[in-house]
Design a protein. Structure first.
Lengths: 202, 202
DNA sequence: CGTAAGGTATACAGACCTGTGAATGCAAAG
DNA sequence: CTTTGCATTCACAGGTCTGTATACCTTACG
């Protein structure tokens, strides 16, 4: 029932083109609304080739999300590894990455969007989406830990919420600069958590 | 091109049933993925009746979102009007409402989800979604103002981000109690903004 | 030279999609 | 009693959807 996802790095030239076209169309037009015919046509490829390379639309969707996750992770990892940054600044670096990212992705989080369209929890999209959020959360936790912040786990969850909220708000109300707001709020929470001040009381 | 949306409060019995069925199916299965045939069948109604009442699927979708927004607004307005609450507690009351809401809506924000599926900015869904976010933002601002908080506008935007993030995270990673985290964070930000402490520095 | 892999081209199956047409039953309100 | 509104049944149009079948071409490589 569930074919395996091809490695986005070892694709034939046509498969590359298909994946790139599909990525754009899926993100901009929605997964369900975009048919394989359009993807094939816009890739300069026949539908047969598409199915030869990916086997099914579901696998193509999963590859799209996986590939997108890889690109996003790479961007974030580059941002947090900037040697110019202090340990504290590193914690908010993902928000800088997000600021760049949304320039080309104003329609919200592709993983959240995919979840909205694919309710079946068995669909590989759910695994990819959940994993991405978990990854971001542990990254925040690790960075907070490296910056000697009290309660890194709690702070990480707060930052992830802010992060997701900024992405969603960007899609719904672009007139609000939600990414900057989220980053400023993150900075504030971090500063508060470093100065050994009163922490959050449940 | 754009038929008008019927008032969800003055519907014939059949239309009510159609709207309720559609609401469930759209939210749980995605808007594009759910066809009018299923909606009609599950409502015990013929497709013709559906089209007599709503005119098009797009209008049905818009009515679904509008009706959902009305229910959500009502829930929030009830929560913030609780006479037991102090002015400060009122500011976080929408998060309490959210906690109840997600019990029956674990699949994220219906408006954000709709935006993900309907990229056309002319679609009425965009108006409804943007308006809902704007409404929530001004509500937060008003509540913050009533609680004599410095910079109510800034705080409101932060709270909206937290709010949306909690909703999105709930859908992606239900194992994290994101609503509680968001509410606690909100309380913290509010407390910080009331004690005339250092505010956010850009 | 021979073979295999990647790709092209066209057609098709079978299901589902939104939306319409035409005729009819039924009940309440004027 | 008749109009009006609501709902019904059945059939259909015209597309689009995913996925497959058949047959051919081109290039690389051993």
């Amino acid at each position: 029932m569930n074919a395996k996802i091809p490695d986005p790095n070892t694709l034939t030239p046509s498969a590359r083109r298909i994946l790139e076209t599909a990525s754009t169309l899926f993100y901009e037009g929605g997964i369900t609304a975009v048919g394989v015919d359009v993807i094939a046509e816009r890739s300069g490829v026949t539908k047969r080739t598409l199915y030869n390379r990916f086997g099914s639309k579901d696998v193509l969707v999963a590859t799209y999300l996986l590939n997108r996750e890889m690109r996003w992770r790479h961007l974030v990892e580059t941002a947090v590894s900037d040697p110019e940054l202090t340990a504290i600044e590193r914690v908010t670096a993902p928000f800088d990455a997000l600021g760049e990212w949304v320039q080309q992705s104003p329609r919200g989080c592709a993983f959240i969007n995919a979840l909205a369209e694919l309710p079946d929890p068995e669909h590989p999209a759910h695994r990819v989406a959940a994993e991405e959020k978990r990854w971001l959360c542990s990254l925040f936790e690790r960075l907070a830990n490296d910056a000697h912040i009290t309660n890194p786990a709690d702070l990480a969850k707060q930052l992830v919420c802010l992060h997701e909220g900024a992405l969603a708000m960007r899609a719904a109300l672009p007139e609000i600069d939600s990414v900057t707001i989220a980053k400023d709020t993150a900075r504030y929470l971090i500063a508060a958590a470093t100065t050994s001040s009163t922490n959050i009381r449940a």
